[in-house]
Design a protein around this ligand. Structure first.
Ligand code: F6R
Length: 608
């Protein structure tokens, strides 16, 4: 979950490394560091905390050199101090690492027994010392890396810089992504295409087990067995996206506001609006009509998108859907039938648990359809077929626009599957498509009530616990609303199916705890009204997200009201996501929290 970058350039690289790290900061922001060769000698600067601390450090103590590596960290082994920050170095080399070396204790003991003295608690220092150890035997950096890699268990992407070697950088990849970038007399390594976007759009992704030797003229890639390997050079479009906040204070605000546009763009990709039909991804290697089950797995917000999708697939296409968080799915040895389809959902396409779930399903002989936002990601590349979400880069750590785009794709796929299976006729498909087409406009309407949300959020910011309730597709949205609030405001929140309230959580209700009810007018609206009455009868403080008339109809005077436009219920969850996200956003802003980079989190979770 850390971000790594390496540059063999023509100009001083330290500012370029920092620029690349800024684009990688979403992967972790506990500490950061860079190392370069100044007159052939390894030099490094590191700083605890956000990248701006490293920038300040470099301003006071600049680094020269036209070759260098950089790192932004999400701590796994060892506290996020300067000492534990990467690059880790010996007298021979410096290394940056993304991932976890699982056998680092065993290796450390062995190296200590041979006289090595460790300076940090990190697993990465073991890599630095192990390769240095091998170099003492051969004095050849490439041979040393080749000898060390098979001794490392776990997941890693690594970039090495060697003292005295101005024309050499070595990278390696196993279980964590690493891309090689090609420039004019310059070469690059990076965790993703976005990091390299200012420098080059021509990249090759390393396969698992690959390692690569770079000089300024090019790269020689070898596979895990040491054989030369050809990895295709691709042109990426990552450079086309400007990673800035526009007129917004935070990326999260910008991304919430982008939703009408990006959900519209995603729907346009999957809908033939003129004919009222869904356009399914071409060349799918399976037949929807023959599926007996869908098994979904994903993490966090993407998992909640899948939970909403379950309702749609079961209702429109009559396919049973089983869904798990990927960290459980990967280990529970689920029996998967040959006639089943696995669906994985991921914004980054790099989430370690989701990727492991995908690989498990493939091993069981299933086709895997991934719904991903990063088309060049490992998950997209390893799936049998990928259905893209067209959200563009999501920088705010809390997922917003990727979530609603995932919902848009799931809705389209469920309708298309329904048509293929004969469970939806052309007329119903047209009706559903017409409802989907309205969604971006309804999201834009919901954004107009931002002031009402901000008002309610100020109240929420004074509390320590919040309950979110919803039914049907709004039940997963209640879970998502609670997750958003927890992760960026640090207010404790729980999401519940409204009908579950009386089975336990009702004991929590008192006159202080806000209960946010997501209540679009659907077939079970009356049931949700009954649940609200149960809360009101116990003095609970209801925050109602519903049509303006809903409170009157329910005979309630809510403590807060966020009005929503009338809409058909089928896809209301996509629209109701907007106030749920804004509520979390404004609560966090009111509390002065770091909205885009909440504590302890990282955007791309590439470790278990
Ligand atoms: C929450 C959030 C996370 C991610 C989860 C999966 O706002 O962003 O819960 O949804 O880590 O990440 P992806 O979608 O990249 O697999």
């Amino acid at each position: 979950m850390c971000g790594i970058v390496g540059i063999l350039g023509k100009e001083p690289v330290a500012p370029l490394l920092v620029d690349a790290l800024r684009r990688l900061e979403y992967r972790g922001y506990d500490s950061a560091g860079v190392a370069t060769l100044e007159d052939g000698r390894l030099t490094r600067r590191r700083a605890e905390g956000k990248l701006r601390n490293l920038e300040a450090r470099l301003k006071d103590e600049p680094l020269a050199g036209t070759i260098g590596i950089g790192h932004t960290r999400w701590a796994t082994h060892g506290r996020p101090t300067e000492r534990n920050a990467h690059p880790h170095a010996t007298d021979r080399l410096a290394v940056v690492h993304n991932g976890i070396i699982e056998n680092f204790r065993e290796l450390r003991q062995r190296l200590e027994a041979e006289g090595d003295v460790f300076e940090t608690e990190t697993d990465t220092e073991v890599v630095a010392r192990l390769v240095t150890h091998e170099m003492r035997k051969t004095n050849d950096p490439a041979a040393a890396v080749a000898a060390a890699l098979p001794q490392l268990h776990g997941a890693f992407a690594l970039a090495f810089l060697f003292d005295g070697h101005e024309e050499l950088m070595i990278g390696a990849r196993k279980g964590a992504p690493l891309a090689v970038g090609y420039g004019e007399g310059e070469m690059y390594l990076g965790s993703d295409a976005l990091a390299l976007a200012p420098f080059t759009q021509t990249i090759s992704y390393l396969d698992d087990g690959d390692w690569v030797v770079l000089d300024r003229k090019g790269a020689v890639i070898r596979d895990a067995f040491g054989a030369k390997a050809d990895r295709p050079k691709i042109r990426t479009s990552a450079g086309a996206f400007l990673v800035d906040k526009g007129n917004h204070r935070h990326f999260m605000a910008k991304e919430i506001h982008e939703q009408p546009e990006v959900v519209g763009r995603t729907l346009a990709h999957y809908l033939d609006m003129a004919n009222g039909r869904v356009r399914m991804p071409a060349d799918l290697p399976f037949d929807w009509a023959k599926l007996d089950r869908i098994t979904m797995s994903a993490c966090g917000t993407a998992y909640y998108a899948g939970l909403v999708g379950k309702y749609w697939f079961e209702r429109f296409a009559r396919i049973p859907v089983e869904i798990d968080v990927a960290s459980e799915f990967r280990y529970r040895e689920a029996p998967l039938s040959a006639a089943g389809l696995s669906v994985v959902i991921s914004q980054s396409g790099e989430t370690a648990d989701t990727l492991a779930g995908l690989r498990y399903a493939k091993e069981q002989g299933q086709h895997v359809l991934s719904i991903v936002n990063v088309p060049t990601s490992t998950i997209a590349r390893e799936s049998s077929a990928a259905a893209p979400t067209l959200a563009g880069p999501e920088i705010g750590v809390a997922s917003t626009k990727a979530f609603t785009c995932q919902l848009a794709v799931l809705a389209c796929l469920a309708i298309g599957a329904g048509r293929a299976r004969g469970t939806l006729d052309a007329e119903r498909e047209r009706e559903l498509v017409a409802e989907l087409v309205k969604v971006p406009g309804l999201m834009a309407d919901a954004l107009k009530h931002e002031a009402a949300v901000e008002h309610v959020a100020r109240d929420i910011a004074k509390t320590t616990d919040v309950l979110f309730l919803g039914r049907g597709t709004n039940y997963p949205l209640a879970l998502e609303g609670a997750l958003k609030l927890k992760e960026i405001s640090y207010i404790h929140a729980e999401g519940y199916a409204a009908g579950e309230l009386k089975h336990g959580p009702i004991a929590l209700i008192d006159e202080t705890m806000p209960v946010v009810v997501l209540a679009p007018r659907d077939a079970i609206f009356e049931k949700t009204v009954s649940n609200m009455q149960e809360v009101a009868a116990r003095g609970g403080r209801i925050i109602l997200i519903a049509e303006e008339t809903a409170a009157d109809e329910a005979g309630l005077v809510p403590a807060g009201m966020i009005p929503m436009a009338p809409m058909a219920p089928e896809f209301a969850a996509i629209v109701y996501a907007v106030p749920a996200q804004l509520l979390a956003y404004y609560a966090a802003v009111t509390l002065g929290k770091d909205v885009d980079q909440p504590r302890n989190l990282a955007k791309s979770v590439t470790v278990e």
